[in-house]
Write a protein that binds this ligand. Sequence first.
Ligand code: HEC
Length: 149
Amino acid sequence: MHMLLTIALAGVPSKRPEEHVKGREVYDRSCWQCHGDDLSGDGPAAVALVGGVPDLRGRLDYVADRDRLIFLVLDGQGDMPAFRAEFDKHDARRVLLYMERLEDGTDKPSSHKPKAVDDTEGADDEAFEPTDLRPRPGPPELPSTPKPE
Ligand code: HEC
């Protein structure tokens, strides 16, 4: 742990936390619940949305669309909630910066939970899901119910 910390700090200029580090904090607080740790849209809250959450990997041009995306995050769109009350455009830009780094592999995803299982046979793991939370047969586009943490 200490060694990790030392290594992490060694690469960081001492003035203030880098933008993407702040962005990760925002993402891990407010976004992963829907978008998943890795932008794939498999977060635990995604199942509550009828339309699900889109897999954003490879879908966004963060540089070209930065202004549009900043306002999208602040104002919301469809089932995507607005975050204007929670943070400002600077944090919106930072979280997008982190998402861009997640996408290109510069940053590794956090791990809040085991990756959601697919809607396939064998998805029922007795140690993993209580009976009442087992995925029910339904429209194929609905992801199975992930384990609540
Ligand atoms: C309640 C679930 C939920 C949460 C929480 C959430 N999102 Fe989303 N997000 C969505 C959904 C659903 C969409 C698809 C919106 C649409 O176009 O209808 C989306 C779309 C997006 C898009 C892509 C928009 C596009 O151009 O297609 C970005 C970028 C995004 N979200 C960023 C974020 C960020 C940053 C956070 C955290 C600050 C966040 N989201 C939190 C549900 C969520």
